[in-house]
Design a protein around this ligand. Structure first.
Ligand code: ATR
Length: 262
């Protein structure tokens, strides 16, 4: 029988994970089946219990269950502990393990673009869960300074206070979106503005060389402004593929090449 995997969320119809994992399986010769599971908002724990009781090998977790998955795990990786969110689950020695591959997915996507991360100074716009999950992997990959700009300054300040002990080798700073200025190598939009169709206005005083939008497949005023400035851009499909590859690697021990799936 093939190995069973699944992605759990609510909603789940939009998920691209099954097609990605089936493509990785075909490329690497692994026999697996990867399905979508729609859990009711109050039914996450029962759903994952059923999946693993039936012999499921691994599960990805998407909105809105990543924090519940974090709370459900008996063992967490360092990056999952720091992210306080889990997107990859598996059973080992009868215990539920959790990891968070989103940040490494972003790092691998940026590396595939050949944008430099070594000693890089990075600006992240937004201070929600998406930002929390990527700071540690970006610093592990070489970033030396990360500034977090947020509409609500207090939230960025709180994130910096929380995350500073996890990345002592880097400089972390918080700023208000209104006060954005200075020069950065990479700017990452981690707000949900593109998902809700809101505009983000980047001031002229802000200069940057590369722009990454974490959302994908949506109109993005952030990317439009970067393109107007002639800056190379990318949107979040590479990150999506990257996090899926990292989960596939945890479960199957083989790492497909990101470039083959872009
Ligand atoms: P996620 O887990 O995806 O990061 P989140 O925790 O809801 O989602 O965070 C959304 C982020 O997008 C926040 O930083 C939010 O800013 P506030 O903290 O000020 O709410 C940011 N955001 C959402 N819509 C925005 C907009 N129109 N302009 C600027 N920032 C926006």
């Amino acid at each position: 029988m093939s190995k069973q995997f699944a992605v759990i969320g609510n909603p789940i119809e939009q998920s691209r994970s099954p097609e990605l994992h089936h493509a990785f399986a075909e490329k690497t010769g692994i026999n697996l089946s990867y399905s979508k599971r729609l859990a009711p908002l109050d039914g996450f724990a029962a759903n994952i219990e059923e999946f693993f009781a039936q012999g499921g090998m691994g599960m990805n977790v998407t909105v809105p269950f990543k924090e519940q998955a974090f709370a459900a795990c008996a063992v967490l990786t360092e990056r999952a502990k720091i992210a306080k969110a889990v997107n990859t689950l598996w059973m080992q020695d009868g215990k539920l393990y959790g990891d968070n591959t989103d940040g490494q997915g972003l790092v691998d996507a940026i590396k595939a673009l050949e944008w430099n991360l070594t000693d890089a100074e990075i600006l992240i716009i937004g201070a929600g869960g998406a930002t929390r999950g990527v700071i540690y992997p970006l610093v592990q990959a070489g970033a030396k300074k990360i500034v977090i700009a947020n509409r609500t300054l207090a939230r960025a300040e709180q994130l910096v206070t929380d995350l500073r002990p996890a990345v002592p080798q880097a400089t972390l700073e918080a700023t208000s979106l209104n006060d954005l200025a200075g020069h950065f190598e990479i700017v990452i939009n981690a707000t949900s503005a593109s998902l809700t169709g809101d505009a983000l206005v980047l001031p002229e005083a802000l200069q940057f060389e590369y722009a990454y939008e974490m959302a994908y497949g949506k109109p993005s005023s952030f990317l439009d402004q970067a393109k107007t400035r002639g800056v190379p851009t990318s949107e979040g499909y590479g990150m999506l593929v990257g996090q899926a590859i990292e989960a596939f690697y945890i479960w199957n021990g083989i790492k497909p090449e990101l470039k083959d799936f872009l």
